[in-house]
Design a binder for this molecule. Structure first.
Ligand code: GYE
Length: 327
């Protein structure tokens, strides 16, 4: 077991709040930033004793971690679930032990919503819709016919909220606008798998001109594969370039937007530590908290072809989102 446990069992004074955090893994830059945010927030200086467990992208490791947290009688369990399903049993155990569970980042799909206290995270479906609307706006502005748009979708971890929402947003766009969805395969949210999948898709299909990467690390791998195949990433898709669309807006991702390697990057904010702490403070004060807490996010593009997009979020509100050009 190589998981990273950074607890201090000696600090058991009454005002210290013990928090067990089951993290998905370290698959992406986004995830690294998310872990750092949680560690910075739930620090000893801030009055917490954090037990951090890295599950290495495996649900069974997360279930084991949660059971350990229950045994250690932590005050709160924070869970960033790898996939949506399969949590009923262990969350029931936490509930029976009277330990509030805060779901962070991805969502859980449970039969009974009282199995968790609250959720804080991003609206992955809305993110996918923003990307699709951006692509439609771009194609319309450039006079590119829908039937000339040939998309490869490098999906995230199958069954994770981020994958489900982003894939669905794209598929809705395909239905609505009539684009050609050439291939779909998971890149597990990693750079290595993103590269591998892009490589094999390029060998199999010669007409791909848009790559929809469900996170930045997959995009980095896809860009490497495209360039290694002697092709160019960029927006001139009518003349042989391959356009990369991505999610997360990591530092390196935004640099690629500036450089015109990623054409559109939809923000997904990883800094959930302070947001989770705010929820804990309210719970400590006996206040009510909302069940679902969505974080607002932006869109960045390499140029200003598309100035704003209209998209419906998961609360069924249609909203306008400004696109920030990074030229
Ligand atoms: O986009 C990806 C990470 O669940 C929103 O997981 C998160 C996603 C994020 O691996 O980079």
């Amino acid at each position: 077991d190589s998981s990273d446990k950074s607890s201090d069992s000696s600090s058991s004074s009454d005002d210290v709040i013990t928090v067990g955090f089951s993290q998905v893994g370290a698959e992406s830059d986004w995830r690294t930033a998310n872990s750092q945010s949680m560690k910075d927030t739930f620090s000893k200086e801030n009055g917490y004793d954090l037990i951090f467990d890295d599950a290495q992208q495996k649900q069974e490791n997360q279930i084991t971690a949660i059971r350990n947290f229950i045994q250690q009688e932590v005050d709160y369990i924070l869970l960033a679930p790898v996939t949506e399903t399969g949590w009923d049993t262990v969350l029931q155990e936490a509930k029976d032990a009277d330990i509030p569970v805060i779901i962070v980042d991805r969502m859980v799909d449970v039969s009974d919503d009282s199995l968790y206290t609250t959720w804080i995270g991003t609206d992955a479906l809305c993110e996918g819709r923003k990307a699709a609307e951006w692509l439609n706006g771009f194609a319309e502005a450039k006079g590119i016919a829908a039937s000339d748009i040939h998309i490869a979708d490098i999906q995230g971890t199958i069954g994770s909220t981020a994958q489900i929402g982003r894939t669905k947003g794209l598929e809705e766009g395909v239905d609505k606008y009539g684009w050609d969805l050439v291939a779909q395969q998971t890149g597990e949210f990693t750079q290595a798998k993103g590269q591998e999948v892009m490589e094999s898709m390029l060998k199999q299909y010669d007409n791909i001109n848009v790559v929809y990467c469900e996170n930045d690390n997959e995009a980095f791998g896809a860009i490497d594969a495209i360039e290694a195949a002697g092709k160019t990433v960029g927006s001139d898709i009518a003349n042989g370039e391959i356009m990369v669309i991505s999610f997360d807006t990591t530092h390196a991702g935004l640099q690629d937007v500036l450089d015109g390697k990623i054409e559109c990057d939809v923000e997904c904010n990883p800094l959930h530590g302070p947001r989770a702490e705010e929820l804990i403070k309210k719970l400590e004060a006996g206040e009510d908290v909302d069940k679902l807490n969505y974080v607002d996010e932006e869109i960045f593009a390499h140029d200003d072809t598309v100035k704003s997009v209209k998209a419906t979020n998961s609360l069924d509100e249609e909203k306008d989102f400004d696109v920030t050009p990074l030229t």
